[in-house]
Design a protein around this ligand. Sequence first.
Ligand code: ADP
Length: 264
Amino acid sequence: KLNENVSITGSDEISQLAKAYNFMNTKLSQIEKQRREFVANVSHELKTPLSSMKLLSESLLIQPNVEVEIYKEFLMDIDSEMDRLNKIIENLLNMVDMDEEKLHLDYKLTYVNYLLEKVVNSIKPLANEKNIKIILNQWEKIQIYLDQDKIHQALTNIIHNAVKYTESSGKVEVSLFRRGQYAVIKISDNGIGIAEENIPYIFERFYRVDSARSRQTGGSGLGLAISHQIISLHQGMIEIESKVNEGTTFYVKLPMEYMLGEKD
Ligand code: ADP
């Protein structure tokens, strides 16, 4: 069968060729498997809000005399499901653009401090709602070349998660400092944490440690995949430390010199 690898022990030319063929074959089936999984995941994610909307509208339609208040309530639920659907599609389109490297980063010399302030301020209402304290520590001014919108998005996803996966009355601390050749943005929470065995997967598309919980909070499992993609496009990296029931710390590292060197 063509799609099965044969075991090869020799080292002659034919064997070398067969080994290369086997290698390619394995790679291709891995890609094909990933593609199938991706399509299945996308379909599932799109179907969930659609099913809820269908259910909501159907139950409204079968009732003969619906009070205006009930109508409004249902419509509000439908509206928030549509928002969810919209967000998922937006995220997907964004990711596909980045995959195809269509996305040209719009580098601008930027104070990371101001960008962080903006992100933290946009998340404050949600934190206040949960009575979570967000602290922003900025000991120095750091200016680097980056795509402001993209980094804003990458940091928003991570800081938003810190609030989302922390119980009310918790604490989220965001710090900016320079370490060696990197500007480091450290995001610590004292939330639910991530078990060691789950950490390797959290940047994968659609991966969620607890899908029921994540869905409840409006998550689709794409946020960290997108953040990772954006930070990688900036030649940066993300590191994680976490302990279940104690909390999680993300380190986003953006190179200082690389961008400057490229632009100067
Ligand atoms: P989601 O939309 O589900 O939040 P993400 O890609 O943003 O998806 O995150 C993937 C998963 O990683 C989440 O479902 C959650 O289980 C876990 N996670 C991310 N950030 C944190 C955090 N700060 N604390 C605990 N778990 C987290």
